[in-house]
Design a protein around this ligand. Structure first.
Ligand SMILES: Cc1ncc(COP(=O)(O)O)c(C=O)c1O
Length: 507
């Protein structure tokens, strides 16, 4: 039986046969009425008592629904004025017409909460978070291939006999044996020149980026960034109050000459030279040397974000920029999120000697030493050779997955989506073959609604985008998932151009 309310302007009904609890039904309907404008800002809601009577539900049911609306900022209540639709509905709330379709990582902003200008500007960047693990999320590793049994065994071994002298608190740079292992690894594999004392363990690369920005930048300082570029870097620089100078990226990487012209006095240049994020370009040797020249002449710093350098499938790997630097101007940032798993939250910053003491002094106040928990386990994992073996195995797996991805893309979505093989990395930029009149943001939104994580390339640009496409990760998904994902993606973008003839029979 369905009872409807007689309250003016509030056509709501409660269906007793429904599996959905009455308070939920009520909440959903009032919320929908607010979002689609039937209930205007400032409009008073009927009394809970009257509404309960109309609907034949308990007053508690109505109060629960009202409480949820209030808590989420759809309504506000003033003494003696009852409950009203919030006068100012936050933009985020308005765009979140249907929360069931909204990824969980994009919560609505709570109306009326006073937050800082910084938090507001970071909030407006509205980045996807790591909680999004849907098909094609960029940078997701094949976690099902991680040797969890080895990891578990090492964790037990290490923690049955806790590292002596560390339990009360440790070095601000992190657990020394892990720093030793990292220094040896980056020297051997990336040509980085450093001692273990220069290695600072952080909670993922992101914390390293944030700390480096705080260490080196004053508000108003100018910073070169790649355009398109990585939102995590942009966030760290924004938080430090820096003025970001976006510079074009071409086939050789960051355009250093453009930087010299636009902001020769920049304090820092941030680059992803191994595999530019998100375009995938490798910075040429000539550009690397040009950038180092600028740093030397201008007294600037270079932040090298080497986030996925383990994954190079072909071609000659270029060693890290840090290894080419004779003047101590490069800060090198690495992460275990890609090789191990993102939630590990372990990364590192390799500092030029003079920055070690001020970095640690800052950490003493801001972050303290990094959590000891998994550092000794990771050190053992590296020392016992499991890390190198895992990199080898996943490198072969990812090369295979990339091949499969490209084949499936042509087979299923040829004529609509196109991508070129990439010698490195964990994601690729997929372009629209013969153009697409809806634009990449709308394509990304359609993908999102179809349960596919496919950020628009134009979203990585600071200003007008030079190119359109979708940034798709392929490493974290099986062939079956890739196949189904491409089909779902192509169908969501343009069902008329999906190749139904060949697409269904995959060999
Ligand atoms: C370019 C780039 N830099 C840095 C990171 C940060 O990695 P994490 O903070 O997980 O270590 C990422 C992660 O996606 C990335 O894509």
């Amino acid at each position: 039986m369905v009872r409807t309310s007689k309250a003016p302007l509030l056509a709501v009904a409660v269906d007793r046969q429904s599996d959905e609890p009455a308070y939920r039904q009520l909440y959903n309907q009032v919320r929908a009425a607010i979002l689609d404008g039937r209930l205007k800002p400032g409009r008073r809601l009927p009394s809970s008592r009257g509404l309960a009577k109309d609907l034949g539900v308990s007053r508690n049911t109505v109060l629960t629904a009202f409480e949820m609306l209030l808590h989420e900022g759809y309504t506000e209540s003033g003494i003696g004025s009852g409950t009203r639709v919030s006068a100012v509905l936050p933009e985020a709330l308005l765009s979140a017409r249907d929360s069931s379709q909204r990824p969980v990582d994009k919560p609505a902003t709570v109306s009326g909460a006073r937050i800082s200008r910084l938090a507001t500007s970071l909030d407006s960047m509205r980045q996807r978070t790591r909680a999004d693990q849907r098909t094609f999320r960029p940078g997701l590793p094949a976690v099902e291939h991680f040797p969890w049994n080895v990891w578990g065994r090492l964790a037990g071994r290490v923690w049955r006999h806790p590292p002596s002298g560390q339990i009360g608190g440790g070095d601000l740079g992190g657990y020394r044996p892990l720093r030793d292992a990292i220094a040896a690894y980056v020297a051997a594999v990336r040509g980085v020149r450093c001692s273990a004392a220069q290695v600072m363990i952080t909670s993922g690369a992101q914390q390293g980026l944030d700390l480096v920005a705080r260490l080196l930048l004053n508000p108003g300082d100018r910073v070169w960034m790649e355009n398109p570029g990585y939102a995590g870097l942009r966030g760290a620089f924004t938080a430090a109050g820096a003025e970001i100078v976006p510079l074009p990226v071409d086939g050789e990487g960051l355009n250093v000459e453009a930087g010299r012209q636009r902001a020769p006095d920049a304090v820092l240049a941030a680059v992803t030279p191994s595999h530019q994020y998100p375009t995938g370009v490798t910075m040429s040797l000539a550009r690397r040397l040009e950038l180092l020249d600028w740093a030397r002449e201008a007294g600037g710093w270079i932040l090298e974000d080497d986030y996925d350098s383990e994954y190079r499938y072909a071609g000659k790997p270029l060693s890290a920029l840090q290894g080419l630097d004779d003047t101590g101007r490069v800060i090198y940032v690495g992460t275990f999120s890609k090789v191990m798993f993102p939630a590990l939250r372990l990364g590192y910053v390799i500092l030029p000697e003079p920055l070690i003491a001020p970095f640690k002094a800052m950490c003493a106040v801001l972050t303290d030493a990094p959590a000891l928990g998994l550092q000794p386990v990771l050190a053992a994992f590296m020392d016992d050779g499991h890390f190198a073996a895992h990199v080898r195995r996943t490198r072969a797996l990812y090369a295979e997955r990339q091949r499969y991805f490209l084949g499936a893309l042509t087979r299923i979505a040829g004529g609509l989506l196109v991508a070129q093989s990439d010698e490195a990395g964990m994601h690729m930029v997929v372009r629209f073959d013969a153009g697409l009149d809806i634009g990449d943001k709308e394509a990304a939104a359609r993908a999102d609604r179809a349960g596919i994580s496919a950020p628009a390339l134009s979203g990585y640009y600071f200003d007008k985008a030079d190119a359109e496409g979708l940034v798709l990760g392929y490493t974290g998904f099986s062939e079956t998932e890739i196949e189904a994902g491409i089909r779902r993606l192509a169908t969501a973008i343009d069902p008329d151009r999906i190749r139904t003839d060949l697409g269904r029979s995959h060999t």
